[in-house]
Design a protein around this ligand. Structure first.
Ligand code: GLN
Length: 302
């Protein structure tokens, strides 16, 4: 049944190819062929169903923000919420205005400012945000070679004046513990991670299993998992989170590499990827595919 659904979803997503445009503010992302589409569904019984370019690696970008938040919450579910809020921003993911107006406390962990704070806390907590995340995704996906892409990280660094300004603004409000340069290096490494739809869906499968990885080890409590999913639903697709909830009806987290991670609690995790983005930075064909998927299966959190 699932393979039939995915064939239908693929056909619908293909109709959207050609709409939107690849992120070009990070030059190395502008070189990606926008005609690609992949999708992987990792079901809680351990099976994985894929279609299209599900085994092609792409830049995970802000999908990594889910992994860093989960790692922080696994250790400390109190202090982080004194540093970052949990409300949708209604603003672009890289907005500086709101951060200044709200005295350096980012609206949520999934916009860039919030992710800098989460990365800072993860680095302070573990001694190396990079190592903590590498371990999580390598174990979760079963691929010991997953890593950041130095060319993408360098490209972001070279063109990262806005995010550097954001990190300095956070520091001016005493909301960074580590040095600005360290936080930026850790943040760019996470964004540059190169993974496939299959690997992302598998690594995130603890989100559909009440916090337990496929190998039976626990990362989060059931309640913490519910909270990560809730923040994905309300904030994971930025100022289009309302539209995403309306069309797809699932917790989701997008990245400007064109990937979207979605969770159906108790059932499966899904990753779709197609590089061309709409105005809010979410993959056009990816959203169309998830819309079709939840329509066909009737699986939704509502
Ligand atoms: N690396 C990107 C940035 O900092 C991540 C943004 C995204 O994927 N939405 O702008």
């Amino acid at each position: 049944m699932m393979d039939e659904v995915l064939r239908d979803v693929h056909a619908v997503a293909t109709e959207s190819l050609g709409q939107g445009s690849v992120a070009d503010y990070i030059p190395s992302l502008a070189e990606v062929d926008p005609g690609q589409f992949g999708m992987a569904v990792a079901i809680n019984d351990g099976s994985v169903h894929v279609v299209g370019d599900a085994d092609v690696s792409f830049s995970v970008q802000s999908i990594s923000k889910v992994f860093s938040l989960a790692l922080v919450m696994a250790e400390d579910n109190e202090h982080i919420w004194t540093r970052v809020s949990r409300e949708p921003s209604g603003n672009p993911f890289n907005s500086l205005l709101q951060l200044d107006q709200e005295a350096g406390k980012p609206r949520n962990p999934f916009i860039n400012a919030g992710a800098l704070v989460v990365t800072d806390q993860l680095h302070a907590q573990t001694g190396s945000a990079t190592s903590a995340m590498r371990e999580l995704i390598r174990n979760g996906s079963g691929n010991p070679d997953i890593d950041g892409d130095p060319a993408v990280a360098r490209s972001e660094r070279t063109h990262g004046n806005r995010i550097a300004a954001m990190a300095h603004l956070l520091a001016s409000y005493d909301n960074l513990e580590c040095p600005v340069e360290t936080v930026l290096d850790e943040y760019f490494w996470q964004c540059s991670l190169s993974m496939t739809c299959r690997e992302i869906a598998l690594s995130a499968s603890f989100l559909s299993r009440n916090g337990v990885h496929a190998d039976g080890t626990r990362l989060l409590t059931a309640s913490e998992t519910k909270r990560v999913n809730a923040i994905m639903l309300t904030c994971g697709t930025y100022d289009a989170a309302g539209e995403f909830a309306y069309r797809v009806g699932l917790p989701g987290k997008s990245g400007v590499g064109g990937g979207i991670l979605a969770v159906i609690p108790g059932r499966c995790t899904i990753c779709v990827w197609s590089p061309a983005l709409g105005t809010s930075g979410n993959s056009v064909a990816g959203v169309a595919a998830l819309d079709r998927f939840t329509t066909l299966t009737g699986w939704s959190v509502f």
